[in-house]
Design a protein around this ligand. Structure first.
Ligand code: UDP
Length: 380
C-alpha cells in the first residue's frame, strides 16, 4: 500500500489534530498516522466500567490566557467552567497547593489573616535569590527551606528522579505562591473542561472529508511506503526520528507515568479530584479521583495512583542543561530537512501545557501560510 497526501502528520494529539484540521480546511488532503489505537494523544479519555469519564494518560486541565486558543477550542466542543484545585497531604495534613494563607496556617498553627501578614511571613522565611539558577533556588526563593523540604523536594525527586537543583528553574516556577486565600491551581482567564470529554473534541477536529486517520500504524514501520507529500509534520520524540543518533553516550531523557487504576466500592474516595503526596512515605506522586471532574455520579469510584518512571511511553521532557544540549543537536539536524516540521511537546522537547501546544501548532500553520503567500507573490 502506498501512502500519499498533500500533508502527512505523524501523531493524532493536539499538534497533529490542529494541523490536520487547518490544512484540511484549506482543501489539502491530509493523512494522520497514529501508532496508538485511538486519537487525541495523551488527552484521550473514555467512559470506564464505572460509567465515569476518565483520562487514560492522567488528568488534563485546560487553562489559557490566549484568546485565540480559547476561541479555537470552542469551535469543536462546548466547555464548562472548571477551576482546578489541588490539595497536598503534608505531614498527614491536607493543605492547598499552591501555597497560600491556609497552607501556612495549617502547617505551622498560625492565624495569618491578611495579605500583608502573609507577605511578612514569606519575607521572613524565603531565601532571597535574585535570579534563581535551578529548580531548588526557584522554590527556595518563593517559599523558603521549610516548605521546600515538605512540599517540593521529594515530590520533585519522585516525579523526575532528580532533585530540583538538577532541573531548570522553570519546572518549579510552574507553581506560584499566593499571598491570599486563592486556592486555584491556575490563575488563567479561561479555565474549563470540554463537555463530553476531550476525545469527542478531537473527533470533531478530525472529522473532515479531507482527513484520513490511520490508527495502529507506526510511522517507522510504514515510512518507506510514503511516496509523496508537500509537507510532513512529526509530533513524536525527536530522538526517535533520527534513530537516536546523538544519544549513544547520553540519552535524551523523558519521564513516563505508570497509572495504577482501582475501583473503590464507595461513593467517594477523597475530597478532591487530585491529592498530591509530596512526602517520602509513599512512592506515588498523586491520586486522581475522576468523578470529581464535572461532578459525575456513580455508585462506585475510579481512583488512579500515578507513579512516575523512566521507562515507557514518553510523556514529559526533562528540562535541564544536559538534555537541552542533546536536544539542540537533534534540532540542528531537523532544521536541515526540507518540508519536514517538528511540532509539539515531544518533537520540540518542551514542557508545553495544552494551550501552548494548541498555540504552537496554530502559529506554525499561520507562518507556513504566510510563507506560501509570499512564495506565490514572488512568482507573479
Ligand atoms: N511540584 C512539587 N510538589 C507538588 C506539585 C508540584 O514539588 O505538590 C513540582 C514538581 O517538580 C512538579 C512541578 O512542580 O514536577 C510542576 O508541577 P505540575 O503540577 O505543573 O506538573 P504536571 O501537572 O505537569 O505533572
Amino acid at each position: 500500500m502506498k501512502i500519499q497526501a498533500d500533508i502527512i502528520i505523524i501523531g493524532a494529539g493536539i499538534s497533529g489534530a490542529v494541523l490536520a484540521e487547518r490544512f484540511a480546511g484549506e482543501g489539502k488532503k491530509v493523512i494522520v498516522i497514529e501508532k496508538r489505537n485511538h486519537i487525541a494523544g495523551n488527552c484521550y479519555d473514555y467512559t470506564d466500567e464505572n460509567n465515569i469519564l476518565v483520562s487514560k494518560y492522567g488528568a488534563h486541565l485546560f487553562h489559557t490566557n490566549y484568546k485565540e486558543v480559547w476561541d479555537y477550542v470552542n469551535r469543536f466542543s462546548k466547555w464548562y467552567d472548571y477551576e482546578h484545585k489541588v490539595i497536598a497531604k503534608v505531614d498527614g495534613v491536607l493543605v492547598p497547593i499552591p501555597v497560600n494563607i491556609t497552607t501556612v496556617n495549617r502547617l505551622f498553627g498560625l492565624s495569618i489573616s491578611t495579605e500583608d501578614e502573609m507577605c511578612k511571613w514569606l519575607d521572613a522565611n524565603r531565601t532571597v535569590i535574585g535570579q534563581p539558577a535551578d529548580g531548588r533556588e526557584a522554590a527556595l526563593s518563593k517559599v523558603g527551606p521549610v516548605l521546600y523540604e515538605k512540599m517540593f523536594r521529594h515530590y520533585t525527586k519522585k516525579q523526575w528522579d532528580k532533585y530540583p537543583e538538577e532541573l531548570d528553574a522553570s519546572v518549579l516556577d510552574r507553581i506560584p505562591v499566593r499571598t491570599n486565600d486563592d486556592d486555584r491551581y491556575f490563575s488563567d482567564t479561561w479555565q474549563a473542561l470540554p463537555k463530553g470529554g476531550y476525545t469527542q473534541l478531537f473527533k470533531k477536529m478530525l472529522s473532515h472529508p479531507n482527513i484520513t486517520v490511520m490508527l495502529n500504524t507506526d510511522y517507522f514501520d510504514v515510512k518507506n511506503t510514503i511516496t509523496g507529500y508537500d509537507k510532513l509534520f512529526y509530533t513524536g520524540p525527536i530522538d526517535r526520528f533520527f534513530n537516536f543518533k546523538f544519544s549513544l553516550n547520553e540519552k535524551l531523557e523523558y519521564r513516563s507515568i505508570n497509572f495504577v487504576s482501582e475501583t473503590i466500592d464507595a461513593g467517594n474516595f477523597q475530597e478532591n479530584s487530585v491529592i498530591n503526596y509530596p512526602g517520602t512515605d509513599v512512592d506515588f506522586t498523586r491520586i486522581i479521583e475522576y468523578k470529581h471532574f464535572g461532578n459525575q455520579v456513580s455508585e462506585k469510584t475510579t481512583v488512579v495512583k500515578e507513579y512516575t518512571v523512566s521507562e515507557g511511553e514518553p510523556y514529559y521532557p526533562v528540562p535541564n542543561e544536559k538534555n537541552r544540549r542533546i536536544y539542540e543537536k537533534y534540532k540542528a539536524e531537523a532544521e536541515t530537512l526540507a518540508d519536514v516540521y517538528f511540532v509539539g511537546r515531544l518533537a520540540n522537547y518542551k514542557y508545553f501545557n495544552m494551550d501552548q501546544a494548541f498555540k504552537n501548532a496554530l502559529d506554525l500553520f499561520e507562518q507556513l501560510r504566510i510563507q506560501e503567500l509570499k512564495n506565490v507573490l514572488e512568482t507573479l
